[in-house]
Design a protein around this ligand. Structure first.
Ligand code: NDP
Ligand code: OXD
Length: 317
């Protein structure tokens, strides 16, 4: 789809955090509004959103495209009244680098037994435990897209054995690739550290449940499998993760995303000794990095170029 209109106005709709940094970047090159004046606003051609209120975008009769400020678009597609215009997601070197850093950090911490040594330090105990070398630990990455494939590359360069799982068949040098429902069980059976970088869709909601966790390799060198979820909280069943930890089917977990965010102070996840929690920060969208990329897409689009990184609304990502 192409567009010939000129400087269309932008609606910036962000829920959950202060939009000022995004507003400042976008409004340097475009007229930006944070709210609509009336029931409809025909002057708006683009929406830049994070968790926009449901029904808001249907009030924009001349909307040409919706830009998610994140890689995930579940928060956009959740609107049952979403207008039928392209939804563009973030694919950016900056975001990818940040996610790769997070995955490297968490994988190395589980692999090098960070919890064991932190616990013994607190007790002033000089103890060691057998340490496999990276090639003896297999990292399995669920989702081999922009982020998962970059994480796989980083894992390979550290010397890990790397497995990957995607919806469609894939081939990545050095990675043992599995796909689809039939590939899931063999993928899990070959995985010591599971890294979840899937989008949240109808097909993936709740996929990280007890039955999945108990299929992970139980007899690897780490003494039990570990879970890292940096995809979306809706992918996981938190009660099942707790049960798997309590039954020692799962050794440790690093969770960046949660079924409800912010995580409820009453949640047992906070205090479980073998869970490491971060507040959805594994790869935070930086307005100064991503804002210019979104603005450049609008300008290219107005020159007649196709939009890039358009979401497949049927697949949900
Ligand atoms: P992509 O769309 O590039 O990749 C998605 C991958 O998941 C693809 O490999 C796709 O398979 C696979 N996939 C999708 N559905 C299924 C399925 N049903 N079964 C198996 N595989 C499936 O996404 P990104 O890599 O850019 O981002 C992934 C997710 O990471 C985002 O959707 C977002 O939720 C999350 N994220 C979290 C952040 C955080 O701070 N915690 C920051 C940024 C992103 P195929 O290759 O066959 O299409
Ligand atoms: C994203 C996120 O989807 O930050 O980019 O969660």
């Amino acid at each position: 789809m192409t567009c010939t209109a000129g400087n269309g106005r932008v609606l910036l709709s962000i829920t959950g955090f202060d939009p000022t940094r995004w507003y400042n970047i976008l409004s340097a090159r475009r007229a930006v509004v944070l709210e609509l004046d009336g029931p409809e606003d025909p002057s708006i051609e683009y929406a830049v959103v994070w968790k926009q209120p449901r029904g808001l975008l249907k009030r924009l009769p001349n909307l040409k495209a919706i830009f998610s400020i994140g890689a995930g678009v579940d928060h956009v597609l959740a609107d049952p009244d979403l207008p039928d215009v392209p939804v563009v997601r973030v694919v950016s070197q900056d975001l990818t680098q940040r996610m790769v850093e997070y995955v490297v950090w968490r994988v190395l911490d589980h692999h090098r037994q960070g919890l064991f040594y932190r616990t013994h330090q607190q007790q002033k105990l000089w103890r060691s435990t057998p340490q496999p070398v990276a090639g003896e630990t297999s990292v399995g990455i669920m989702g081999l897209g922009a982020l998962g494939s970059a994480a796989a590359g980083a894992m390979l360069s550290l010397g890990f054995a790397v497995n990957g799982w995607s919806r469609r068949e894939k081939s990545i040098d050095g990675v043992t690739c599995y796909h689809g429902d039939e590939g899931l069980t063999p993928f899990l059976a070959a995985t010591d550290i599971l890294v979840v970088l899937l989008p949240l869709t109808r097909a993936t909601r709740g996929i990280i449940d007890f039955s999945l966790l108990e299929r992970l390799r139980q007899n690897g060198h780490l003494g039990g499998p570990c879970l890292i979820n940096a995809g979306r909280g809706g992918l996981q069943r938190e009660a099942d993760i707790l049960q798997a930890l309590d039954e020692n089917i799962l050794k440790e977990a690093s969770l960046d995303v949660f079924e409800q965010e912010p995580l409820d102070p009453e949640s047992r996840l906070w205090t479980h000794p073998r869970i490491f929690i971060t507040p959805h920060i594994s790869a935070t969208s930086q307005p100064d990095q991503l804002g210019p990329e979104i603005l450049a897409q609008m300008e290219d689009f107005e020159r007649g170029e196709p939009l890039r990184n358009v979401v497949d609304r049927d697949a949900g990502y």
